[in-house]
Structures are given as structure tokens and as C-alpha cells.
Design a protein around this ligand. Structure first.
Ligand code: KIV
Length: 340
């Protein structure tokens, strides 16, 4: 708890009688401001930008300026994505695998999603103080919206009220249109998701590219048009041939956010863990992922160096310790000389 605390000089009490306290007690009392290593990371971004709203996204789309979206699953991953200037942050249910070690997205519960949504929202909420608000979208996990539009609306409301997100994403095309309509008419922005919908991987026969035949591509377009008609502010196109995604994008008036769908979409989304390389070597990566970093390798190198330093006695060094006056130390040694 004490890592990084800073003692601030405190004004003397306005009293005629001098207060006399032992030095050690005074210094404890005057340590008013502590920067603990357990504090949230709240440093303001160096280049504050205007808050991102639905209007911002619409105007980016109109100008043909690609929309950037990235997943985040907790406070630090949202914090860095926000500082790096993402237009949208998605608390994707892919966190089931990348943050919770589950086998697939079907396992994650709504309560678990809400916990992660809240921590992501806190990271961008602090950014709001500095006039930055990235639009936060939370995924509705499998089983929390498919039964009926009323069930979906209930889940969407919980995501906004308890998860503190500003919009929700749900998977599915034509068949989900009435559900999407129910949520959007209640005033909750919805991001659609068509093409490969990982929650339905069993029905789709695994993680397969969608819309590869003219029939499949037509179905994809129908799905995208249906979710647009139902009021979605945008739609994710996942694992679709680039040409098909580009043609579908041209037929829509809302932005398409591609993942494995080529450069013809209105924006792109990736799973943060994948693109920053926060996984051990040898892990399977889908073809569409571009790895921009080696966070896992860097963290491993740092942890190994720490381990070696502790084992060899190089850490902690004098500069990592808190000072005490020689006088106090002598008094303490004297006081404990008979303690066994
Ligand atoms: O859950 C997820 O991460 C997604 C993708 C669109 C990235 O749905």
C-alpha cells in the first residue's frame, strides 16, 4: 500500500500553544497525499481530444474517415486504448477466452460481462474528466438476448445501468431485427454483428468465413440491411471476403466495422490481446490479425529480470527504500534490544 507515497508539508495549526509531537508521529500525520501502486492509472492524456459521440461516428463515416475500434476487457486495457485515440472501445465477449481463459464465448455470464464493462467504463470515465470520452460498447453474451425482445431489452438496460456502457452489440441478422428494434426504440444504441457470429459457431460449423458464395453473400447483405432497418448505428462484418464486405458497405447507409473483412469497410476492429501480442509464442492467430507488438514477450522479459534481481540481491537497491534518520534508528534499536 505504501509504494510511492509523497509527504506534503502541512501548514502549522493556528494555535498559540505549540503542539509538540514525536517526529515520527508528525511525519505520519503529514503524509496527506499518497500515490499508491494500487491507485488507478489516472494520468491525463497528453493530447486531449473531443469526446466521441454517435454524431462523431456519423461524421467520420460521412467523410470516409475510417472508424477505429478495439476491444478492452479491464481498466488498464481500456485506459491505454483510450489514450491511444480509439474512436470506440468494445467490451467484446471474446474476453471469455482472452481474459478469463474460457473455451469459447458461450461460457461467459452476464454478471461477468457487467463486471468487465464497469472496469472499462471507469477507465474512459476518468478520461472524460480530461474531455475525452471514447464510445463504449458492451457485447450481450449468449443466452441473454435471444429468447425474446423483452429479455434482450432487459439485458441491454442492465448493460447501460450497471455496466456503464453507452451502447450494446449483439450478434445476428434478420432474425434479430425485432429485438434490435425493441432496444433502439428504448433509446439504447445498438451495433449489429453479422457474417461469422462466434456465439453461433456450433450452428455455423466452426469459425468459417461467411458469404463466400453468391447465395451466402446475398444472405449477408439481407442481414446487414435488416439490422440497419431495425435501427443499428453500425454493423460489424466478421470473416467475410473483402470484395463482398466492400459491396455490402456501399449498399448500407450506416458504417460497417470489419474484422477479417478487408479494407472496404467503414472502420476496423481487432481484439486487443491479439494485436498487441499479449500471448505466448506459437499461439494460433487468425489470418486477418496484424500483430503490432510483443506485450507478452516484454512482460516476460521484465518479470524474468525482476526474478533474477531478487535472487541475486540486486533488487531492492538503496533508492527503492524509505529513509529513516540515524537518531530514530538508534532509538528504535535501543528500544528493541531486549526484545526476543
Ligand atoms: O467479442 C469480440 O471481441 C468481438 C469482435 C468484433 C472483436 O465481437
Amino acid at each position: 500500500m505504501l509504494a510511492g507515497f509523497r509527504c506534503l508539508a502541512r501548514p502549522r495549526p493556528q494555535s498559540s500553544r505549540p503542539v509538540s509531537r514525536p517526529v515520527s508521529q508528525v511525519s505520519l500525520i503529514s503524509c496527506q497525499t499518497r500515490f499508491s501502486s494500487h491507485s488507478p492509472m489516472g494520468a491525463p492524456p497528453s493530447n486531449p481530444r473531443k469526446k466521441v459521440t454517435l454524431g462523431t461516428l456519423r461524421s467520420l463515416h460521412k467523410k470516409g474517415d475510417p472508424i477505429t475500434m478495439l476491444t478492452a476487457h479491464d481498466f488498464p486495457s481500456a485506459h491505454v486504448a483510450d489514450h491511444a485515440g480509439m474512436d470506440m472501445i468494445l467490451v467484446g465477449d471474446s474476453l471469455a477466452m482472452v481474459a478469463l481463459g474460457m473455451e469459447d464465448t458461450s461460457e461467459v455470464l452476464l454478471e461477468e460481462m457487467l463486471l468487465h464493462c464497469r472496469s472499462v467504463a471507469r477507465a474512459t470515465q476518468s478520461a472524460f474528466t480530461y474531455n475525452v470520452l471514447t464510445r463504449k460498447v458492451g457485447d450481450l453474451p449468449m443466452g441473454t438476448y435471444e429468447i425474446a425482445p423483452e429479455q434482450a431489452l432487459g439485458t441491454a438496460i442492465r448493460s447501460v445501468k450497471e455496466g456503464r456502457v453507452q451502447g450494446i452489440k449483439l450478434e445476428g441478422g434478420k432474425e434479430m431485427a425485432p429485438t434490435i428494434r425493441r432496444i433502439t426504440t428504448a433509446g439504447i444504441p445498438v451495433l449489429g454483428h453479422v457474417g461469422l457470429t462466434p456465439q453461433r459457431q456450433n450452428a455455423l460449423g466452426g469459425f468459417r468465413v461467411q458469404g463466400k458464395t453468391s447465395h451466402g453473400a446475398l444472405r449477408l447483405l439481407e442481414d446487414a440491411l435488416a439490422v440497419q432497418e431495425a435501427g443499428c448505428f453500425g454493423v460489424v462484418l466478421e470473416a467475410v471476403p473483402a470484395e463482398v464486405a466492400a459491396l455490402v458497405t456501399r449498399k448500407l447507409s450506416i458504417p460497417t466495422i470489419g474484422i477479417g473483412a478487408g479494407a472496404g469497410c467503414s472502420g476496423q476492429v481487432l481484439v486487443q490481446t491479439d494485436m498487441v501480442g499479449n500471448f505466448p509464442p506459437g499461439r494460433y492467430l487468425p489470418k486477418f490479425v496484424k500483430q503490432y507488438g510483443d506485450v507478452w514477450g516484454e512482460a516476460k522479459r521484465a518479470i524474468e529480470a525482476y526474478r533474477d534481481d531478487v535472487k541475486s540481491g540486486r533488487y531492492p537497491a538503496a533508492e527503492h527504500t524509505y529513509p529513516m534518520s540515524g537518531e530514530e534508528l538508534e532509538a528504535f534499536s535501543e528500544a528493541i534490544k531486549d526484545v526476543r
